[in-house]
Design a binder for this molecule. Structure first.
Ligand code: CA
Length: 213
């Protein structure tokens, strides 16, 4: 009986450990080898390729510019001098069945001249920005805090990153090292269901033991 209790204890510890897993990179886009795919190694979620909004059709990966190169370049001819709802790149992250996303931050590097960036998500809808800031002449990093309640316990989320130029700039605007940080954990209901199965197994074994006795 002691051995069985030890085994059950180990299983419980494993479940609880799984539900408090360490911070992970959930999506990562360094544009290495001009790829639009995520290079993250997080196994309980999938991050889709970067896709382009309808306003930036001739934009794409630039093999000669980046931090380090390549990076994604918004073609100056595709963007104006104000935020346009069609001028963005997008990526979607989906948790595996019975898992949820708990996000902490979205970080990336940008380069423009006197341009600007903005980010929206499917949580509040793409009509409103989560954050916006200016872009400098050389690559610099930005970090958006996603620790708020709205970015926890998500089955999936879509991010859009917008760019536009300062007046008279007419330069390409670059994004590199787009990284989504957080944890991917079992749904609370899944943990409780797991505990329920364990409890039923223990009761079942006791019942069988009594029957045999
Ligand atoms: Ca790069």
């Amino acid at each position: 009986m002691k051995e069985k209790l030890f085994t059950v204890g180990l299983a419980l510890v494993a479940l609880l450990t799984a539900s408090t897993s360490h911070a992970a990179i959930i999506a990562s886009y360094p544009f290495d080898s001009s790829s639009l795919a995520s290079t993250d190694g997080e196994g309980n979620s999938s991050a889709g390729n970067i896709t382009l909004g309808s306003g930036v059709g001739s934009s794409g990966v630039n093999a000669g510019v980046g931090n380090p190169a390549p990076s994604f370049g918004f073609n100056a001819g595709n963007i104006g001098t104000a935020q346009d709802s069609a001028d963005y790149i997008e990526f979607i992250v989906t948790a595996s069945p019975m898992f949820v996303l708990n996000l902490t931050s979205l970080t990336f590097d940008t380069q423009g001249l006197n341009g600007s960036w903005a980010v929206s998500s499917s949580v509040a809808g793409h009509g409103s920005n989560i954050a916006t800031d200016t872009i400098g002449a050389s690559f610099a990093g930005d970090s958006i805090d996603l620790s708020g309640a709205g970015f926890q316990n998500l089955s999936s989320i879509t991010f859009r990153l917008y760019a536009w130029n300062g007046a008279g700039d007419n330069v390409d605007v670059f994004f590199d090292n787009i990284i989504l940080n957080g944890t991917v954990v079992p749904e609370v209901g899944t943990v409780w269901a797991g505990l329920g199965v364990l409890g039923a197994a223990i009761l079942g074994k006791r019942f069988l033991k009594k029957k045999r006795a």
